[in-house]
Design a binder for this molecule. Structure first.
Ligand SMILES: N[C@@H](CCC(=O)N[C@@H](CS)C(=O)NCC(=O)O)C(=O)O
Length: 213
């Protein structure tokens, strides 16, 4: 029923792999290599699916869906059980706020095309690029950390993870990849650790994907 067009190291694709696994929804994967040949996301065949040239795209019933948070909402509506969101409207707003802190405030500043632009158009050195990356990730994760004081249990849904963790774990993965300082985020690191003990997260990990290099 579903085909996920993504890339092993794409954190937005990783969000959807986690969500699909948590819901037990089967899916196929099509690799869009973000680096090879200048990036397959720029090829006309992929741009026809997403004119923005970004992964993920979820193909559902012959339609192409874009934007990982919109797709998370789609999956939640189409496959309501198990829900990835809490019961109360206030708690749902909190979960979405944390998810958007990651997906709308942190991630866009550190996207591949932004990092490339810094180097190729603005002449930033490799060190300056890394400094930029770490600055925005560390600042954003500190905000996420303060939100996590409100966790109702081990996870955002009390005894199990959901929408919040589907966004958090890929961001922590990326932060580690670029050696960000996570010492100010003990709750986020602990939550990431609890999630990564679960099959839905383990199987979604970048290194477990067919295109992992
Ligand atoms: N807001 C989008 C972000 C998508 C996005 O930035 N995808 C990255 C990979 S995580 C990408 O395709 N980058 C390709 C590029 O920068 O050229 C979403 O949540 O789906």
């Amino acid at each position: 029923m579903y085909t996920l067009f993504g890339y092993w190291r794409s954190s937005a694709s990783y969000r959807l792999r986690i969500a699909l696994n948590l819901k037990g929804v089967p899916y196929d994967q099509e690799v869009v290599h973000l680096v090879r040949d200048g990036g397959e996301q720029h090829q006309a065949s992929f741009r026809a699916r997403n004119p923005h040239g970004l992964v993920p795209v979820l193909r559902a019933d012959d339609r192409d869906l874009t934007q990982s948070l919109a797709i998370l909402e789609f999956l939640e509506e189409r496959h309501p059980e198990p829900s990835l969101l809490p019961d109360s409207a206030f708690d749902r707003a909190w979960v979405r706020a944390v998810a958007q802190t990651i997906a709308c405030e942190i991630h866009p500043l550190n996207n591949l095309r932004v990092l490339k632009y810094l180097v190729t158009e603005l002449g930033a050195s490799e060190d300056a690029k890394l400094g930029w990356y770490r600055h925005w990730v560390e600042q954003g994760l500190a905000v996420v950390e303060s939100h996590l004081a409100r966790l109702p249990g081990d996870f955002s849904l009390g005894d199990r993870p959901g929408y919040l963790e589907a966004c958090l774990v890929p961001q922590v993965y990326n932060a580690r990849r670029f050696q960000c300082d996570l010492s100010q985020c003990p709750a986020a690191v602990a939550l990431d650790g609890r999630c990564n003990e679960l099959d839905a997260f383990r199987e979604a990990a970048p290194e477990r994907q067919p295109d992992a290099e």
